[in-house]
Design a binder for this molecule. Structure first.
Ligand code: OGA
Ligand code: NI
Length: 359
């Protein structure tokens, strides 16, 4: 009981500082507060004893080849990665290096602003398009995660530039412009990887909505006690992630936490829950997490392709063309807003939320 009260007090203290995890680090703390501690078993990661024949490298796919006669090769690599890993990295994706550098730099710039400036963007009303969430996980996650984040709705109704803070305004606009161009390329390749018409996922509005989450993982004095992000799957059709050179992202593969190594200029692509559902388990939405790190800050930018952003009654279920007597539907129909509400309420549960919709 007293432990519970201690936790509530620690949490209240943390919230009342209104300076996020970065505020703790700026105050030169040398110990990670208990509200951030994960059970020690969470971080143990025994390498499989028999790794012969086990490929533990997240696939890297060169999209430059998709405009040439090697397109079939690219489609086949994407199919393999989406089926076996749920994760891959892409290079030669067309987003200029300068744009990647500038968005990372601007995310850092925002998070390193004075708290007074950042707190102007706290989630005080539901209509805010840009929200700084220095306690993003307070209500959903126990323990807390070692990071601060901000979120921004980008599509289908783009924010007014004035709604985005100056520190990152032009970079957010420029970067998401490129993400919106790259999206259809990836969804076409994924459609082909399913053996379907290349426009099918686009026609289903899988990339109509875009939601951006920009993370700042301050250096952590005791990285073996906490996590940057607890393990989760993504509430999206597809997620495009830009990470900096620090590292720490891990994906669960064959029961082993495999590092997703930073590759300069690359973007990480991962399958989200909605895609696993509509592909009837052909493509996998795989659990991933971010380790805390002594170095840093680590910056990452996640763009979630969805359609959940506005009230939306579209019903999604397994794609009919993929079903047969041998492969009957494995999931019930969902609407994205309904799924999202349940997902957010259960985000870090042991049980995968998607499994609630299994037939
Ligand atoms: C996420 C996520 C990973 C990262 O935002 O859903 O998994 O490296 N981010 O920040
Ligand atoms: Ni994620």
């Amino acid at each position: 009981m007293t432990e519970k009260i201690d936790r509530v007090n620690e949490l209240t203290d943390f919230i009342s500082t209104k300076t996020g995890v970065k505020g703790l680090v700026d105050a030169d703390i040398t110990k990670v507060p208990r509200i951030f501690h994960v059970p020690s078993s969470t971080l143990s990661n025994n390498r499989p004893s028999d790794i012969t024949g086990l490929n533990l490298n997240v696939p890297i796919i060169d999209l430059g080849d998709s405009n040439t006669s090697s397109r079939n090769d690219v489609v086949s690599k994407i199919k393999d990665a989406a089926e076996k890993w749920g994760f891959f990295q892409v290079i030669n994706h067309g987003v200029p290096l300068t744009v990647l550098e500038e968005i990372k730099e601007s995310v850092r710039r925002f998070h390193e602003e004075d708290p007074v400036v950042k707190n102007h963007y706290l989630p005080t009303d539901m209509n805010k398009r840009f929200v700084y969430n220095n306690n993003f996980d307070l209500y959903h996650s126990s323990p807390l995660n070692w990071r601060d984040s901000f979120t921004c709705y980008i599509a289908p109704d783009p924010p007014n530039p004035e709604e985005i803070p100056l520190a990152c305004r032009s970079a957010v606009i420029e970067y998401t412009k490129h993400v919106i161009e790259l999206g259809p390329v990836l969804f076409q390749l994924l459609s082909e990887a399913l053996g379907l018409d290349s426009e099918i996922l686009k026609r289903m509005d899988c990339l109509k909505g875009l939601f951006m989450v920009c993370h700042y993982y301050p250096p952590c004095p005791q990285p073996d006690l906490t996590l940057g992000i607890s393990k989760h799957t993504d509430n999206s059709f597809l997620t495009l992630l830009l990470q900096d050179q620090i590292g720490g992202l891990q994906v669960l593969h064959e029961d082993y936490w495999v590092d997703v190594p930073p590759v300069p200029g690359a973007l990480v692509v991962n399958i989200g829950d909605f895609m696993q559902l509509i592909t009837n388990d052909k493509f996998l939405s795989v659990e991933h997490r971010v380790r805390a790190n002594k170095d840093g800050p680590r910056i990452s930018v996640a763009c979630f392709f969805s359609s959940s952003l506005s009230p939306n009654s579209t019903v999604y279920g397994p794609i009919k063309e993929l079903l047969s007597d041998e492969n009957p539907a494995k999931y019930k129909d969902i609407t994205i807003p309904e799924y999202t509400a349940g997902y957010l309420a259960n985000i870090y549960d042991e049980k995968l939320y998607l499994s609630n919709y299994r037939i």
